[in-house]
Design a binder for this molecule. Structure first.
Ligand code: PRP
Ligand code: GUN
Ligand code: MG
Length: 187
């Protein structure tokens, strides 16, 4: 199992919430379900930058279904650890998704505001189908009416980093998901 002091960030971390091994096993499980769902269909997976890069890379390799991959970058106004729901496109898809089977891949759903906006934005482009796969989901997501077909882990309402998730752009390259020590975010 990965140690908390991996990459010399040990003193910033409080605990390992989900280990690399647990992430790998979960992605294999999700990939099998996604393979079954899209058998015989063309699938476009859409990663939401930057957080979803690790999930996209590992999920794509765990899938047997041939996929195409595209990326969106959005920014939700709001500083620090809070999302505001006001979303702006920083990088749009390179491809037209009309008539395509589209799977949005996210690292985390917290307030659900980013995803809710994305579902309505991409939904209006008339894809053949539009579903969501997220590695992590926090409890507040239940307050927003969004349907998430594939969920890796439901986690408590704590700020997590690693495996794509940042705090002030750091910690994304940790191979596991962990919680930060309070002194790092001024707690
Ligand atoms: O459910 P919500 O409250 O909207 O939060 C979830 C979103 O926040 C994070 O992205 P962030 O905007 O931090 O950008 P990043 O992926 O570049 O870190 C995460 O990757 C999700 O996209
Ligand atoms: N890094 C990180 N980004 C988030 N965006 C929404 N929730 C979180 C979280 O817990 N950690
Ligand atoms: Mg972030």
């Amino acid at each position: 199992m990965a140690r908390v002091d991996d990459k010399d960030m040990g003193s910033d971390l409080q605990s390992v919430l989900i280990s690399k091994e647990e992430i790998d096993a979960k992605l294999a499980e999700l990939a099998a379900k996604i393979d079954a769902e899209y058998a015989g269909k063309d699938l476009l997976i859409v990663g939401v930058l930057k957080g979803a890069v690790m999930v996209m890379a590992d999920l794509a390799r765990a899938l047997s279904t041939p996929v195409t991959m595209d990326w969106m970058a959005v920014s939700s106004y709001g500083a620090g650890t809070q999302s505001s729901g006001v979303v702006r496109i920083l990088k749009d898809l390179d491809t037209d998704i009309k008539g395509k089977h589209v799977l949005i891949v996210e690292d985390i759903i917290d307030s659900g505001l980013t995803l809710s906006w994305l579902l309505s934005n991409l939904g209006s482009r008339e894809p053949a189908s539009l579903e969501v796969c997220t590695l992590l989901r926090k409890p507040d997501a239940a307050k927003v009416a969004i349907e998430v077909k594939w969920i890796g882990f439901d986690i408590p309402n704590e700020f997590v980093v690693g495996y794509g998730l940042d705090f002030a752009e750091k910690y994304r390259n940790l191979p596991f998901v962990g919680t930060l020590a309070p002194h790092v975010y001024g707690g």
